[in-house]
Each structure stands twice: as C-alpha cells, then as structure tokens.
Write a protein that binds this ligand. Structure first.
Ligand code: INI
Length: 180
C-alpha cells in the first residue's frame, strides 16, 4: 500500500491568517501562538500575512479570498465564539464553521478551522493559553501538515499550489455580421 503523509517541515511555505477582533483578549493569544508555531517550524516571518476582521462571521469570505489568490499554501482562521444568553452564538459558530469548510473546497486550498467555540470565557482562556494546549499553535501544525500533504498529492499537476493565478482574458465581443 502506498501512503502519503504530511510533515512538519514548513521551510519555504507561505501562510495566510485571518483573525477576528471580537474577543480580542483570546484571539490575540491565538494569533501569537499560531505565528510562533509557524516560525518554529521554519516559516519565514515575511511568508506570513495576517488580515483582521470584525468577528468570526466575517472570517469565511476573507479566508476564501486569500486562498483564491493562490499565494498561500494554507490559510488559518482564528476566532473565539463564546456562548452567551441568546442563540446568537449558534448562528455565528455555525456560519463560521460551514463557511470556512466551504471556502476551502471552493478555493482548493487548505483552510484551517482555528476558531474556538466555547460555553464559557474560562474555557476560551484555557484553550488560548500559550503555556497549555493552545488552539493557535494547533492550527499552525494542522496548516503545515495539510500544506505539505497537498504538495505531495499535487506532484504532477500543471499548476503548483502557490503559483499565481493566471489571468483569464475576456474575449472581445465582435459586432454581429450583417446577413446578406
Ligand atoms: N463574533 C465572534 O467572533 N465571537 C463572538 O462570540 C460573537 N458574539 O458572541 O456575538 C461575535 N459576534 C460578531 C459577529 O461575528 C459579526 O462580526 C457581527 O455580527 C457583524 O457581522
């Protein structure tokens, strides 16, 4: 049996990060652990681009747009949706997860779900603590594994994953010929 496995050697790979500002006390920690995770596996700081968005609801569109540029081997989404007293949580978390999954399929680029969805603030603080299991660092590892395994699978494809998207020229419209 042939097996394909990603690695944690991220040298030369490029990553996009989309990070929500909502619950910044949590998402800023996710971001720093994610960047540390990438650079500690060999990614150059210049090869990481981060975009901030208002909240988790806005993440999918920006992640999809970044992924579709084909400038990144993977895009990492970071956010924190914390349950309150209203059903708002359900709408935001459902849309973020559905949208991020859809964006990856649309763009054909790995997009990593590093969005915390927790019942309490304490749970969110615990899962973003850089000294403990941290979802930002975990997201970095998943992104590297997915980027490397996709490179393996794509050997032989004509367009490498991080190549620029070729511009498609629109055909000029010709005036219809007059019938004789
Ligand atoms: N956005 C979050 O990222 N986390 C939350 O917990 C949250 N709550 O609870 O409201 C949240 N709301 C904002 C939302 O993501 C959008 O930014 C807003 O609705 C504008 O579209």
């Amino acid at each position: 049996m042939k097996q394909h496995k990603g690695s944690q050697d991220a040298m030369g790979l490029r990553f996009g990060i989309v990070v929500a500002r909502f619950n910044k006390f949590v998402t800023s920690k996710l971001l720093s652990s994610c960047v540390d995770g990438l650079t500690s596996h060999g990614v150059k700081a210049d090869d990481i681009e981060a975009v901030r968005v208002p909240g988790a609801f806005e993440i999918p569109l920006v992640a999809r747009t970044m992924a579709r540029t084909k400038r990144f081997d993977a895009v990492i989404c970071l956010g924190a949706v914390i349950q309150g007293d209203t059903p708002h949580f359900d709408y935001i978390s459902a849309e973020a997860s559905r949208g991020i999954g859809q964006a990856a399929l649309d763009a054909d680029v790995p997009i990593i779900f590093g969005v915390l969805t927790t019942h309490t603030i304490a749970q969110a603080i615990e899962r973003s603590d850089p000294t403990k299991f941290n979802r930002g660092g975990e997201a970095a590892k998943s992104a590297i594994e997915m980027a490397t395994v996709m490179r393996l699978l794509r050997v032989g494809e004509e367009i490498p994953p991080s190549a620029e998207v070729p511009r498609v020229r629109k055909a000029k419209k010709r005036a219809p010929r007059e019938r004789k």
